[in-house]
Every structure is written in structure tokens, then in C-alpha cells.
Design a protein around this ligand. Structure first.
Ligand SMILES: N[C@@H](CCC(=O)N[C@@H](CS)C(=O)NCC(=O)O)C(=O)O
Length: 159
């Protein structure tokens, strides 16, 4: 159903939508009852900026740590990961109510969550320990029943 041969794919009214952030925005548009995009255009742009950041900058180092067999690549990826975690920590520590955008739960939070969850559950050690604002944000997600229903855990990679 996806020309890229990847998941996720959402099939709605017999038509396929792919790319996770685009699926999320589509679902937001067709089920607007519980709005996950802010009304303000600047805030919506911020949601899209964090969504792009998550895929372009935040996710790659943890992915490389899990996949690469090259010790140097893994070492450099750990350094890069901590740089990105510090960037997110500074943002959340200063943000209204500890959400990424507009002081409320938006698609920005949803789009970065899978990568934070991967760091917390698949990398060795308590990687989030040095990042209290991000840790608190993640703990709030973990407490949501809707989050619990999505879990399909994989064992952590050994150190
Ligand atoms: N940019 C895509 C990435 C999708 C992606 O990489 N999906 C992986 C699983 S998380 C996949 O289907 N991999 C199978 C493959 O590459 O053959 C998105 O956000 O949806």
C-alpha cells in the first residue's frame, strides 16, 4: 500500500496515506474533535518545525547506535545524541507547562515521542537521567492509557 514499502500506512475510505507525520496530520484533519494542532499559524509552524527536527536531527543518532557495527560511528552517535537531548531539554525546561508548543499537548509531542521512547527503552543505561524536563515529559506520556495501548516492546541492546 505504500510505494516506499514501509509502515505506518493509514487506510481511510479505501485510500492509503503514508509517512507517519503526514498520517498524523491527516487524522487530525479528518477527526478534528480533539484538536492536536493549535489555532495560531505561528504555533502550527512550530509544530511542523519540531516534527521535522524529530525526523531530521533527533532520531538519526539513536538509530545509528542501534544499527551500526562501527564502534567509531556508535561513539560519535552517542555524542550527537547527547547534543540533541541537551537541545530538547533546554527547550522543554523553558517551555510553558512542559509541552513542546503553545503550552499544550500537540502533534509536536506525538511526533517526537516514539524516538524518546526508543532512547528510553532500547539504548543501554538510563540515558534520560541527565534530562529532567524531558524525563518528566516522557513520564506524563507513559501515564496515558492511550500510550500504554501502543506498546510492542523490544529488548534493549546490551552495553
Ligand atoms: N519516514 C517514514 C519512515 C518509515 C520507516 O522507516 N518504517 C520502518 C519501520 S519503523 C519500516 O517500515 N521499515 C521496513 C523497511 O525499511 O523495509 C515514516 O515516518 O513513516
Amino acid at each position: 500500500m505504500s510505494p516506499y514499502g514501509k509502515v505506518p500506512v493509514v487506510v481511510h475510505d479505501g485510500r492509503a496515506i503514508f509517512e507517519s507525520a503526514i498520517c498524523n496530520e491527516y487524522l487530525e484533519e479528518v477527526y478534528p474533535q480533539q484538536a492536536l494542532m493549535p489555532a495560531d499559524a505561528f504555533a502550527r509552524a512550530q509544530v511542523r518545525i519540531w516534527t521535522d527536527y524529530a525526523a531530521a536531527y533527533f532520531s538519526p543518532p539513536s538509530y545509528r547506535i542501534l544499527r551500526s557495527e562501527d564502534a567509531r560511528v556508535v561513539q560519535e552517535s552517542w555524542e550527537e545524541l547527547h547534543k540533541q537531548l541537551a537541545y530538547v531539554e533546554r527547550h522543554l525546561a523553558a517551555a510553558d507547562d512542559g509541552w513542546f508548543v503553545a503550552g499544550r499537548f500537540t502533534l509536536a509531542d506525538i511526533n517526537i515521542l516514539p524516538f524518546v521512547h526508543r532512547i528510553a527503552t532500547q539504548l543501554p543505561g538510563d540515558v534520560l537521567a541527565g534530562y529532567p524536563a524531558l524525563g518528566a515529559w516522557y513520564a506524563r506520556f507513559k501515564a496515558r492509557p492511550s500510550f500504554q495501548t501502543t506498546l510492542t516492546e523490544q529488548p534493549p541492546r546490551s552495553a
